[in-house]
Design a protein around this ligand. Structure first.
Ligand SMILES: Nc1ncnc2c1ncn2[C@@H]1O[C@H](COP(=O)(O)OP(=O)(O)O)[C@@H](O)[C@H]1O
Ligand SMILES: [Mg+2]
Length: 294
């Protein structure tokens, strides 16, 4: 792929990597979570452990305020979302079509608000140094299978197909499994949002230079050159993202970068206008593999 933003990765898979194509169908509902950034603290690649970011010198009271407001918003919002979902499902009686349509719009907007509040809370936790990570060995194969199953609703919503292209059987990375799922969910949801209908999105893992690399490849429009340097900034959304832009907050990649750095990893992308984009995560390999995810 030309027009590459970061160093192109050499695809050198070790013998235990197996090529396989599989599609998993599942009806779980993921959220499009994502991110904000600070430097990471050193971690050892042994066994489960916790880490947190140093307080970034930000004003403590401002962080407390954001946190309190976000928490206060989340409880009523969750209740509104739950009530709307119940009414739409017919639990309170049959609704006229028009009423159901209007309530469905309200439900979608309440879900978006919950997502925004969760992203702001995560950003606040990172910036105030309160983000706690449970870094532990995460087996790649079951993790990637779960990531596809969990995100299948995005494939359905945007009429694209997710495929698991290759996995490194037996290999494990050192990561916080929930936060890693949040990052991969953001990458898959972005790929789904910014890809043409019917196109295929590939998820794969390979081992390179002592690291594990997880990649999400799409055949979308690519990332415009003038936007590439801002893509990991807070609230960054490309000006011409069109209708898909409304589906997100522009926090996802910012949070993803900060979270992956807390796991001693990296995130970057390579893109070609008109051809597509590959986002990749590079993570430390666990010395002793295996621990089922979630
Ligand atoms: N795979 C992709 N292809 C094209 N543009 C992308 C892709 N992933 C991200 N982007 C651009 O980067 C922006 C920021 O992404 P993100 O931080 O996840 O926020 P959000 O998904 O909430 O918009 C997107 O709005 C889009 O403009
Ligand atoms: Mg996103």
């Amino acid at each position: 792929m030309n027009g590459i933003v970061a160093a192109t990765l050499k695809k050198k898979c070790v013998p235990e990597c197996t090529n396989r194509e599989m599609e998993i169908h599942n009806k779980l509902l993921p959220g499009d979570n994502g991110g904000m950034r600070t430097s990471s603290s050193p971690q050892k690649n042994t066994g489960p452990h916790e880490s947190s970011v140093e307080a970034a010198g930000a004003d403590g009271r401002e962080h407390e305020l954001i946190s309190a407001v976000s928490h206060e918003l989340r409880t009523p919002l969750t209740s509104i979302r739950g009530a709307l979902a119940l009414v739409i499902s017919g639990a309170a009686g049959i609704l006229p079509d028009k009423a159901r349509e209007l309530l469905a719009i309200a439900l979608r907007n309440s879900e978006r608000l919950v997502q925004i509040v969760n992203d702001i809370l995560d950003a606040e936790k990172i910036e105030s140094g309160h983000m706690r990570m449970q870094v532990q060995p995460v087996a790649l194969t079951p993790f990637l299978e779960q990531a596809l199953a969990y995100n299948e609703p995005y494939a359905e919503k945007f009429n694209v197909r997710f495929k698991l292209q290759s996995v490194c059987s037996g290999a494990a990375v050192m990561a916080d499994p929930d936060r890693l799922m949040q990052i991969v969910t953001n990458l898959l949801s972005n790929a789904a949002k910014f890809s043409p209908p019917q196109s295929e999105i590939l998820l794969r893992a390979q081992l390179e230079g002592g690291k594990a690399v997880i990649e999400v490849e799409d055949r979308g429009a690519g990332i415009p050159l003038e936007f590439q340097s801002q893509i990991f900034e807070k609230f960054a959304q490309a000006p011409n993202s069109g209708a898909q832009k409304r589906e997100g907050t522009g926090l996802g990649l910012n949070l993803s970068r900060q979270l992956v750095e807390l796991m001693q990893g990296e995130i970057d992308f390579r893109t070609e206008i008109g051809k597509g984009t590959v986002f990749y995560l590079r993570l430390p390999i666990a010395s002793q593999p295996h621990s089922e995810v979630m």
